[in-house]
Design a protein around this ligand. Structure first.
Ligand SMILES: [Zn+2]
Length: 449
């Protein structure tokens, strides 16, 4: 048994003072507010939040940070640069980069990550000896640094969608594809979950997967696969760009959300990534089907995607969570503030979301989206994942503890506990200098062949 004493803790009914948390193995045993510190307690100074979920990650995009933002263009020209990095990845280089990126996430306060993984095979689409060599490199990287992971293995079958239909894969995209849903399922069924790793499914988008194949993936995710029982989490990029909506409308005569609904792919275990351009009908469907939408505000603004209808979605009962997606920024406070602040700019109103709603986005809803339904709250019996944010930095000094999410940055995270183990202590990860590890891994990927 380990005991932790928090100056303040974010409990389900709000922030409380002097909270003692005991943990055993990977679970919380007790949570006692307004109590005294015991001599054996680990003292967590500042505000302790439940674990924070990063609902959407492409770990390799981290190699593009600080290199693509001043070049003009749009999402599609950025994608060309992203594809150039893709070509340099192999299980060794990707594993080294991912290890450093996941360590950076832990330092920032993320305790669980949903890795939306589609770079499956060697260039040209040739499978590795272990057909899951790339996915296993990512899972191993997460285990090594101690972040919880849901491997969202992604079905990717076609090169794009135009009004006339789906296009063939281009040479870069060939390594993303298994060729068919059956081959995708055979490979994904071999992934091994454990106490820190879950396996979920993903459809890259309506651009990359035709209608009947979306229906097949949704059916498999509902039933379970390999040793993984259903329903598995199902993630899909949805309506990030107006161009996707237009192509879908012309080819199928409906929106991407309506297409997913007609395929049986919308439900409480489905998460739409982005949802930047949703119609009123789409918003109503996400609400009726009790789905989840993952906003990635720092990515969406960097790529000039647009501002999604967060308030409208939440008002019809859709759960909202956050993701760092392309990792131009890895900072959960920035993402969750981004949702509220973008709403303010759009609506000319403050307080579009209450602080409790913002906490749920960062914690419970993200855990639910990733299939960890007993995580994201400081409660007896729940996963022992929590994050401490200091109240004495230049950014947070003088803040009320209940409003710290409006002021803190990732630099204010001091301690991170995942599954009962402290993986970040006093702002440092045991792996060492994470900046150096990131630089080395990125230099390796950018070195001329
Ligand atoms: Zn994405």
């Amino acid at each position: 048994m380990t005991s932790w004493f928090c100056d303040y803790a974010v409990l389900p009914r709000g922030v409380r003072r002097n909270v003692r948390i005991t943990t055993q193995g990977d679970r919380i045993v007790s949570v006692t507010p307004r109590t005294r510190q015991q001599p054996t307690d680990e003292h967590l100074r500042g505000v302790t939040s439940p674990g924070i979920a990063n609902g959407h990650s492409h770990a390799f995009h981290r190699a593009l940070r600080g290199r693509t933002h001043g070049d003009g263009g749009n999402f599609w020209t950025w994608r060309e640069q992203m594809y150039a990095v893709t070509q340099r990845l192999d299980p060794q280089t990707y594993g080294r980069l991912a290890r450093a990126v996941y360590a950076e996430m832990l330092l920032a306060g993320y305790t669980v990550v949903g890795e939306f993984h589609y770079v499956h095979h060697a260039p040209g689409g040739r499978p590795y000896g272990d057909p899951n060599a790339m996915g296993n490199a990512l899972i191993e990287a997460a285990r090594e640094v101690g972040i919880r992971m849901t491997m969202l293995d992604t079905c990717y079958l076609s090169g794009g969608l135009q009004g006339a239909g789906h296009e063939p894969l281009d040479p870069v995209q060939q390594r993303f594809s298994d060729g068919s849903v059956d081959a995708w399922a055979d490979r994904v069924g071999q992934l091994q979950p454990d106490a820190m790793t879950r396996v979920g499914a993903a459809v890259h988008s309506v651009r990359a997967v035709p209608r009947d194949d979306i229906a097949a993936v949704a059916r498999i995710a509902g039933e379970g696969l390999g040793g993984v029982p259903g329903p598995m989490p199902l993630h899909v990029h949805v309506s990030e760009q107006p161009g996707e909506n237009l192509a879908c409308e012309v080819y199928y005569g409906c929106s991407p959300t309506e297409l997913l609904h007609s395929c049986g792919a919308l439900g409480p275990c489905t998460t739409a990534i982005h949802g930047s351009h949703l119609s009123e009908r789409d918003i109503a469907l996400w609400g009726e089907m009790h789905g989840i939408v993952c906003f990635c505000p720092t990515t969406e603004r960097d790529l000039a995607d647009g501002i999604g209808p967060a308030r409208e979605l939440a008002s019809v009962g859709t759960r909202i969570c956050i993701g760092s997606d392309q990792h131009a920024v890895i900072d959960p406070f920035e993402e969750v503030r981004g949702i509220e602040m973008h709403e303010r700019l759009k609506s000319l109103e403050r307080g579009r979301f209450g602080i409790g709603e913002l906490v749920d986005m960062a914690t419970t809803h993200g855990y639910q989206s990733l299939g960890w339904c007993d995580g994201g709250q400081l409660r007896e019996g729940w996963l022992a994942d929590f994050v401490t944010i200091r109240l004495d930095s230049p950014r947070t000094a003088g803040c009320g503890p209940e409003q710290i999410a409006y002021a803190a940055t990732s630099a204010d995270v001091t301690d991170v506990v995942v599954g009962g183990s402290r993986v970040v202590e006093h702002g440092a990860h045991a792996i060492g200098d994470v900046g150096r590890l990131l630089r080395e891994a990125i230099v390796e990927l950018r070195r001329p062949v």
